[in-house]
Design a protein around this ligand. Structure first.
Ligand SMILES: NC(=O)c1ccc[n+]([C@@H]2O[C@H](COP(=O)([O-])OP(=O)(O)OC[C@H]3O[C@@H](n4cnc5c(N)ncnc54)[C@H](OP(=O)(O)O)[C@@H]3O)[C@@H](O)[C@H]2O)c1
Length: 274
């Protein structure tokens, strides 16, 4: 990423959990606070501080805000209908719209805002610590330079995976968008299993939680080693890990269950879209 891929002006619509995580990332990337306007009817104290200390401009509504290079839509999807009239005035001829609204398609956005260039994204909650992953799809109006800009902005909250086809967003939602909850549930399930074999509840939770945290960090520090290889590396033939994996990897083990769960999430994403 180069400094030239950063936008000269940026409007963040919706400074909630995801919006403020992005904003913190942009400031860390070196975007000047003065180049950013954040719009939210109820600014958090954190946002007010960022306004005072870093010079981020804060506004309660879009009225009177100039058309930026990039408009990020981080409002709740159900707010789009009412917000669109205000935000339409912020779209200049070169404005790139980047939406993180779940379930709102590029066509939904194009029907409500006069934008040529639209990127639709699905981030996930580890964005709050800069370790998210965002699936992103661009329409035909997005130029190569705008795509670079979108990549730079999204990289501020973690990795970015560009999708050739917007239709893949529902599958991305099912795997990584909803995925953090599956991992948290894995921790709960491991802790309950630990209790069932005699560990005190607090210790069982500490062991499970710390194991998932540490394994995630180990995987992140070994980017060229596949997950399968990492698993094989810690599984001695005939040992304790192998005994557990025999159960998890059985024909009726975790893989078919995960397929069923992720399939249900994808179906639900499709139902909620529009
Ligand atoms: N959190 C996630 O894991 C995640 C993952 C992927 C995608 N997303 C998407 O990210 C978006 C934001 O989610 P979030 O979790 O950050 O929600 P959030 O914390 O509720 O943030 C949305 C913010 O937008 C404000 N808002 C409402 N109407 C507005 C308007 N017209 N102009 C400007 N701001 C307005 C809301 O204010 P009020 O609270 O006063 O209404 C709130 O502060 C959603 O579209 C969601 O689908 C979230």
């Amino acid at each position: 990423m180069t400094a030239s891929s950063l936008p000269g002006s940026l409007v963040l619509a919706g400074a909630g959990k995801m919006g403020s995580a992005m904003l913190r990332g942009w400031l860390a990337l070196g975007i000047e606070g003065e180049a950013i306007t954040a719009i939210d009817p109820f600014m958090s104290d954190e946002m007010k501080q960022l306004g005072q200390i870093q010079g981020v401009r804060l506004a309660e509504t879009a009225r009177g805000v100039a058309a930026p290079d990039v408009l990020i839509l981080a409002i709740k999807p159900q707010m789009l209908e009412t917000a669109a009239a205000d935000y339409a005035a912020l779209i200049g001829p070169g404005t790139l719209v980047v939406s993180i609204m779940a379930g709102k398609t590029i066509a939904d956005i194009a029907a409500r805002l006069p934008a040529q260039a639209i990127v639709r994204c699905m981030p996930n909650t580890p964005a709050a610590v800069g370790r998210g992953i965002t699936g992103a799809a661009a329409n035909a109006g997005v130029t190569a330079a705008q795509k670079q800009t979108a990549t730079a902005l999204l990289t501020a909250i973690g990795q970015v995976a560009w999708l050739e086809n917007e239709a893949l967003i529902d599958a991305v939602t099912a795997v990584s968008g909803s995925g953090p909850a599956y991992v948290f549930y894995l921790v709960e399930a491991m802790a309950k299993a630990g209790e069932a074999i005699g560990l005190p509840p607090a210790l069982a939770m500490q062991l499970a939680r710390s194991t998932v945290e540490g394994s995630g960090e180990l995987m992140s520090q070994e980017p060229r080693t596949s997950a399968s290889q990492l698993r094989i590396n810690v599984t001695s033939p005939g040992g304790t890990t192998a005994a557990a994996l025999d159960v998890l990897m059985a024909a009726d083990g975790l893989e078919p269950l995960m397929k069923k769960a992720i399939g249900a999430a994808k179906r639900r994403a499709g139902e909620l879209s529009g």
